[in-house]
Write a new protein. Structure first.
Length: 91
């Protein structure tokens, strides 16, 4: 049987990126992992994932949670750096 950690190892995103998707979609992390792996393969999937993380950052700021917003900003930076197709989308 595969563990969550095994599945993360097979995914094109890291655990923090998966957690951000789980937070955004209000789903368990294993479901977010499946969604992430599906999205990352779509032509505009990286843009969709980036948008989710940005929305999580905005929500954290609106909820007066600057520590979580900072953590998510680091997740976003890592995600962009890990996906070179973002060179033209950096913000």
């Amino acid at each position: 049987m595969l563990t969550f950690e095994d599945c993360v190892g097979l995914c094109d995103l890291d655990e923090d990126e998966i957690k951000a998707i789980a937070e955004h979609e209000h789903v368990p992390e294993i479901v977010a992992l499946e969604l992430a792996q599906y999205l990352i393969r779509l032509p505009d999937g990286t843009i969709a994932i980036k948008r989710m993380i940005i929305e999580d950052i905005q929500h954290a700021r609106e909820s007066n949670n600057p520590d979580h917003a900072k953590l998510l900003q680091n997740v976003l930076k890592h995600f962009i750096a890990s996906h070179p197709d973002f060179e033209s989308y950096k913000s």
